[in-house]
Structure formats: structure tokens, C-alpha cells
Design a protein around this ligand. Structure first.
Ligand SMILES: NC(=O)c1ccc[n+]([C@@H]2O[C@H](COP(=O)([O-])OP(=O)(O)OC[C@H]3O[C@@H](n4cnc5c(N)ncnc54)[C@H](O)[C@@H]3O)[C@@H](O)[C@H]2O)c1
Length: 309
């Protein structure tokens, strides 16, 4: 594989602009693609405000912001963006057909040694690569939102992905300060989203069964075992308390835990009624726009504090 100097990011939305930012800050030349100039200038503006907020919190320097932004070239032309890149990350909408089409085009545009990565949240990498000829260089790089503050990137091996492509991607991500992990099987949801949504399914089920209200469910996590999670994952915790105790607990409790393969009827009803959460003022709970904004700010402030450390 050739030395990686130029990165192309396809899709400049919530994730794409943040991924472009990560590489530009570390000195890479980045080509950022979206459907029109308005979306692209908004993306650059978003990068500027992210970096400004970070600098104000002591992460990076104000003087480095404009040089980093200058390393991001924007274009609406996929071929132009991908032409000189050695590594391409796709971050367009979560739509299998759209992603397959983009990978088919990238496959035709990019020489065979160029690595093509998708930031899909849950879709199979192998399916996304289906219309491309060279599957060996296609893999998943699942960044988490906001990608410039959350260290984890799941590097997912598709059915045909080469070890070389996985290793090169892993090193590239480590080099820009991320915490990559290897996901060896291309299963829907990979690792992070499987774990996350197993928890969400149970959280919704607890509310649906009238066991506790939504705020209480969240408090049980935020003030309880959630405090342990940044330090100990569940498997290290299982070893700490003992696999024998874990077995005894599972032996008793698993039959009572939600196992439905369908989304919860309560969740479906909320969506049908238009109770979409922060954006409509009501989801599982009621949200004024000030409360919603406070919640977003609380998250960002916390992530900035953790990143600074
Ligand atoms: N939002 C999250 O929290 C999150 C987290 C991890 C992964 N992801 C995944 O990242 C991907 C992007 O999500 P997002 O939240 O940034 O979405 P988004 O809607 O904010 O951004 C998608 C962008 O892609 C652009 N786009 C669409 N078609 C395009 C094309 N043909 N060429 C170039 N650009 C095109 C859109 O105009 C839009 O700006 C999805 O696959 C999503 O599942 C999202």
C-alpha cells in the first residue's frame, strides 16, 4: 500500500465534517465531497466552531485552526476528490443502495491499492462492497459521534477484506490519535451498536412494562453502573466479581430480560404520534428547547473535559 498523505471524505454531514477535521488537524490533505457548495461551506464552518470550542477548552491552539481548515479542499465531484487520495472514507446517509453506488464508483476511480472505508453504523460491509470489483481494500471504519471527541473507531473486516488493508487502517487511525479496535466478523451492528442497542431495548422495555419511568431508568445508569463503564467494561467486571457469580445471576435473570426481535410497540407508537424527542419537544420525556440545548451542552462539555485529560 502506498504512503497515505491525501484523504477523501465522501459526505460532509454530522460525521463527515468531523472525520475530515480529525485528519486535517493532523496535517493530512483532505478532499471533502457533498452534493452542493452550501453543505460544504456549512461543513467548514462546523469544523471552525468545533476547533474554536476545543481551543477555548485548552485542546489545540486558536492559531492552528485556519491552517487546518485550509488543508480541507471541498468539491461536489467524487472523481476529483478521490483521484489523488490513498484513503477514502464514505460518510453519506445510512442507505445501502446509495453506499453501494458510491463504492462501485470509487472502485472504478481509485487504483487498487487505495483503501476504501465506510462509516456505516450498522450495515454489512460485505453488502456495501457488493457492486465493487476489488473487495480486498474495502472495510468499515465506524467512528462515533462526535468523531473528533470520541476515540473509538471500530475497524470492520468484510468477507473479502485483506489483512493488509485492516492493518494499514489501524495504524493510520492510531496515528491521528484514535483508539481503533478490530472487529473480525462482519455482522450487522458490529460490536458497539450491538451492545448499545441491547441496553436501549431493555431500557425501553422497562418503561413499557411500568417498572420505572424514563428519567429513573437513565438515573440508574448515570448514577450507578454507568460510573464504572469508562474504567471497566462488562467482561472485566464479570471477571472481577467472578464468572461463577455471573453465571448464577444469568441463570436466574436472563429469562426475565427483553428478547424481542422487533422494535418495541411503545417506541413505534411514539414515532407514529410524532413524539420524536428533542426535535419535537417530546419523546420518552418532555423537552423545552432550553432543556434540550442544556443536555447537548452537558454532553459536549463532558466529552471535552475527558478529551483534555
Ligand atoms: N450520526 C451519528 O451519530 C453517526 C454515528 C456513527 C456513524 N454514522 C453513520 O455515518 C454516516 C453519515 O451519517 P451522518 O449522521 O453524518 O449523516 P448526515 O445526514 O449528517 O450526512 C450525510 C451527508 O451525505 C451527503 N450525501 C448524500 N449523498 C451524497 C453523495 N452521493 N455524494 C456526496 N455526499 C452525499 C448528504 O448531503 C449529507 O450532507 C451514516 O452511514 C451513519 O449511519 C452516524
Amino acid at each position: 500500500m502506498s504512503k497515505i498523505e491525501n484523504i477523501a471524505v465522501i459526505g460532509a454531514g454530522l460525521m463527515g465534517h468531523g472525520i475530515a477535521q480529525i485528519f486535517a488537524v493532523q496535517g493530512y490533505s483532505v478532499s471533502l465531497v457533498d452534493l452542493n457548495d452550501e453543505l460544504l461551506s456549512k461543513a467548514l464552518q462546523d469544523v471552525r466552531s468545533n476547533l474554536t470550542l476545543m481551543a477555548q477548552k485548552g485542546i489545540g491552539h486558536l492559531d492552528d485552526i485556519e491552517p487546518a481548515i485550509a488543508r480541507i479542499k471541498t468539491t461536489v465531484d467524487l472523481s476529483e476528490a478521490a483521484a489523488g487520495a490513498q484513503f477514502v472514507v464514505e460518510a453519506v446517509n445510512e442507505d445501502l443502495g446509495l453506499k453501494q453506488e458510491i463504492f462501485k464508483n470509487l472502485d472504478a476511480i481509485c487504483p487498487k491499492e487505495v483503501i476504501l472505508a465506510t462509516n456505516t453504523s450498522v450495515i454489512s460491509i460485505t453488502e456495501i462492497a457488493e457492486k465493487a470489483k476489488i473487495g480486498e481494500r474495502i472495510l468499515g471504519t465506524h467512528f462515533w459521534n462526535p468523531p473528533y471527541l470520541i476515540p473509538l473507531v471500530e475497524v470492520i473486516r468484510g468477507q473479502d477484506t485483506s489483512t493488509e488493508a485492516v492493518d494499514t487502517t489501524f495504524e493510520l487511525l492510531k496515528g491521528v490519535g484514535k483508539h481503533p479496535v478490530r472487529v473480525n466478523k462482519d455482522v450487522p451492528g458490529f460490536v458497539g451498536n450491538r451492545l448499545q442497542h441491547a441496553l436501549w431495548r431493555e431500557a425501553i422495555s422497562i418503561v413499557e412494562r411500568g417498572i420505572a419511568d424514563p428519567a429513573t431508568v437513565d438515573e440508574c445508569i448515570r448514577f450507578g453502573f454507568g460510573l464504572r463503564l469508562p474504567v471497566l467494561g462488562p467482561l472485566e467486571t464479570a471477571d472481577m466479581v467472578g464468572t461463577d457469580l455471573t453465571l448464577a445471576i444469568h441463570d436466574y435473570i436472563l429469562k426475565y430480560i427483553e428478547s424481542s426481535p422487533e422494535p418495541s410497540p411503545l417506541l413505534k407508537k411514539k414515532v407514529e404520534k410524532g413524539d420524536l424527542g428533542f426535535k419535537t419537544g417530546r419523546g420518552f420525556q418532555e423537552w423545552s428547547s432550553e432543556e434540550a440545548q442544556r443536555s447537548r451542552t452537558r454532553l459536549k462539555e463532558y466529552l471535552l473535559k475527558v478529551t483534555r485529560k
